[in-house]
Design a protein around this ligand. Sequence first.
Ligand SMILES: Cc1cc2nc3c(=O)[nH]c(=O)nc-3n(C[C@H](O)[C@H](O)[C@H](O)COP(=O)(O)O)c2cc1C
Length: 334
Amino acid sequence: MFYYLIRKLLFLIDPEKSHTLVFKYLNVKYIQILIGLFLKPIPSIPIKCMGLKFPNKVGLAAGMDKNGEYINFFSKLGFGFIELGTVTPLPQIGNQKPRMFRIFQSEAIINNMGFNNLGIDNLIYNIKKSKFKGIIGVNIGKNKNTSIKNATNDYLICIEKIYYYASYIAINISSPNTKNLRNLQYGILFKNLLKNIKIKQKEMHQKYSKYVPIAIKISPDLSKNEIIYISNQLIKFKIDAVIATNTTSDHLYKKNKKKIKGGLSGLPLQKKSNDVVSILHKQLKRKIPIIGVGGINSLHSAKKKIKLGAELIQIYSGLIYHGPKLIRNIIKKL
Ligand SMILES: Cc1cc2nc3c(=O)[nH]c(=O)nc-3n(C[C@H](O)[C@H](O)[C@H](O)COP(=O)(O)O)c2cc1C
């Protein structure tokens, strides 16, 4: 009830501005203490995945805390893991504003952020500062000015820098808002990327005597054959997990008679990403775990994603539309 009241006010403001406003206040120490008093810890229901022990199956999807500024707040909501990022080697401002839109009647969001972030070094600083002991995934991408031909290098720079501080690393090759990024999901570009990140992972494993799993985050706009190809390569290169899915560019939402630019998330994405999870599951046969994300907005949709083959799930838009209660309800009743 309280959340829906606050939401009503926040939804009167521009989406990106209200996001910034909310998080500005969340970082005030006394508000954090108050939240801690209201939100009692949820008993953990541990699950093992990618060789890591998760307190529960529900994680925060990438993009909400790009720079790792609110790690302790999100852990207090009950999330079993928090995926930070997408971060890039160098800070960048992202695409032109406005770049975040709510489609209220559809429980959806369209975003065209373009990896606005403060860079990998700043993220490391924030992770260290948080002193958080839970599971932190770090989602990495390439800088806008790096060509697709040289993209692998950006991922390798990020892996090398973040390896010691991350519980797992997510390779984002599926955002629709960075030109040509999704080309990395196909053919030789894909194989080269997988080969090189595995070499880097091995090198870092030896250096730190710590194995950090690597997950690949894919798009919901792939054909069945493309998903099968990707699955086979993931098995071949012994990738640790696959995150399905990012936002879809396959939508017709318009503003002022023009198609809204960006990727669609939330309820209208649910079926599309569920279909991807299903195909992956048939192909991977639990050889590689699937982290299911896209359109989870209820206990029912969370259960469905798991039934289709997801071992862990993540939520973004559902949290915006339904608030922390959704997360707590799913964790308690799963
Ligand atoms: C405003 C916004 C920003 C996002 N930024 C990122 C990002 O930086 N990296 C990424 O991998 N996914 C990003 N995503 C995608 C989410 O992590 C998630 O894959 C997608 O929204 C589907 O889940 P949902 O339907 O629960 O929102 C973003 C989504 C939104 C709405």
